[in-house]
Every structure is written in structure tokens, then in C-alpha cells.
Design a protein around this ligand. Sequence first.
Ligand SMILES: [Zn+2]
Length: 260
Amino acid sequence: MGQRPFVLVPKKQSVVRDYWKEDAGHAFWMLQPHVPVSEQAVIEWYSLSDVLFTITLNEGKDTWSWVGKGDDLFSVKAVKNLMLNNRSFGVWFKYKWVAWVPLKCNILAWQAEMGRVPTATALSRRGVHLQSDVCSLCNVFPETVKHLFVDCGFTSGVLTAIGRWCGLNIQQVVDVRELLCCYKNATADKKCRKLICCLFIVMVWAIWGARNDKIFRHKEPKVVEVVASIKSLSFLWFRSRSRLKNVLWKNWVNSPLYFL
Ligand SMILES: [Zn+2]
């Protein structure tokens, strides 16, 4: 757990229980974020809230403890056993994590599919009350994971453009999982499907980036710019991380499948 959430509190000697209150089964934060709050601080705050919901704080002194299975004490062996015993990653891992998409993109798409991205409404449910829970891309609807990555009009514009770029006729998708599975309807060619799968992961990454640029850097989101960033980021990552180094930008920008 990082220390960034503590920049939010007025007294630097504070402990978590000074601000995290539990009342009749309801838990919430007794502080409002200063503006601007950094993107990383919000993510860490979200994670901290998730942990706090699973425990009850007492008045004792703070201590470190190992919450993994097995041994009562923390050890490398205990961590290894925990990792080996928890290899149930759900349906997501039917996808192969492709090396040319950076890990950060895979992780975000994986979290989005599970509904575990710190959107405004998700933060609100965890007792983090921001100034507004409205989607910063359309400024109309509450920002949920499904809205941000599937239902939002802004996202729909991006999805249509990327679908056209990949030669896909995108039908209405109902959730993030279906969005990330659009590649399955693409073509019988395995390499094409794999590439389209990766491009959609980059799309999720770029939409999240546009959302964060608006909230944390006050940059107005534009569909055409997000689409352009998906094309250029995927090109750079593909060229630098795959074995196919001879892909040409002038062809890629027209169709990412041109060489397959
Ligand atoms: Zn929206």
C-alpha cells in the first residue's frame, strides 16, 4: 500500500483509524480530498478502502501481519505457496497475455473486466466522496466501469472507429467482457484474432488515459485524438515488442492487419 493517500490528511502524524469510521455496519472516510488529487493517490486510496472493508479497526497499536494462507509468519515460502494455491484467474486467462502489450494495459483490461477499476461511483461506494461522480468523457451519466468502457457515447465513437480500422462490424456490446471478446467474431485467422484482441486492450488503456487526462490534467477528450493514440501506441509497442519489426506505419494506420 502506498503512502500517497496520506497527502490528503491535514495532520501528518495521523493513522488510518483517525479518518476511517465505522457506524452500524457502514464505513466511510471522514475527509474530503484536496484538489487536485493525483491519479496514483486515488488508485492507492481505492485499494486501501478495499482492504479496510474486510477488517474491523481497533484501538490497538498498528502492527504488520501476514494475511496469506498457511504459515502464520511471513516468508518467501509462504508467498510462493499463496501464489501457487491461488492460480484461479477466472475466464480472463483464456486470453493469452501478449508480450507486446505492456503489462499495465493487460492489468487495466483485466481489472475492467472484473469491474475493479477506481471509477467515481466505485470510489463513492468505498466512502471516497469526490466532487462529482459524473463521467468526465460525456458529462452526462454516472461513471461506472460499464458506462466508461461500454455505454458512454464517447467510448462508442472510439469503438466504432477502431472496429472500422480492424475491419470489424461491431454490434452492440453489453459489458466489458464482451467488448474484450469482440476479436472472437473477427476472422478465422488466429494471428488476426490475437492482434485484434491486443488492439482492444490498448483501446481500454487509451480510454482510461483520456478519462484521467480530463480529471487530472484538465485536457478535453476528443474521439479523434484517442483513436489516433490507439493507432500510434499499438504501432510503437508492436514494433518494439514483437518479432515483426518491419511493419510500416503508412500501412498500419490504414489497417493493422495488412501484413497478416
Ligand atoms: Zn460517459
